[in-house]
Design a protein around this ligand. Structure first.
Ligand code: CO
Length: 133
């Protein structure tokens, strides 16, 4: 199992529109995809950088995990999405290596992807999202 690309770097923000404006003005990055994922309680905007994305992320409700993250840690880096060819194989590989899976089975992510999250405890402090396109 190998990672094929950095899929996205996710940044948690309080004001999604303000963050999009800033990235647009400062870095000439534009929104390629915007989506609310109700199940996860987030609204996200994907800004393309070469073959990867910056994912700006904001909570849609107070009990969303991203709302809790913002409360305790403030705005900033939230997780890294690694692109993989096969999410299920990637999950097995993480488990064999002693990682702690948040999702033990692949599940639907945004823009039609298949994803699984890996807990930062067990992954040297980084929340990892495995992303199969
Ligand atoms: Co993500």
């Amino acid at each position: 199992m190998e990672l094929t690309e950095i899929d996205h770097i996710a940044i948690a923000v309080n004001d999604l529109d303000a963050a999009i404006d800033y990235y647009s003005q400062a870095f000439n990055c534009h929104v390629e995809h915007r989506e609310t994922v109700e199940k996860d309680g987030v609204e996200e905007a994907l800004l393309r950088v070469a073959h990867s994305y910056i994912q700006l992320l904001t909570p849609t409700r107070p009990d969303s995990p991203v709302a809790k993250f913002l409360e305790s840690k403030g705005e900033g880096l939230h997780h890294i999405g690694y692109r993989v060819a096969n999410c299920e194989q990637a999950i097995d590989s993480v488990a064999k290596a002693g990682g702690r899976l948040i999702d033990s089975e692949p599940r639907p992510g945004s823009r039609g992807t298949t994803i699984a999250f890996v807990h930062p405890k067990g992954s040297f402090g980084t929340l990892i999202e495995l992303v199969q396109e």
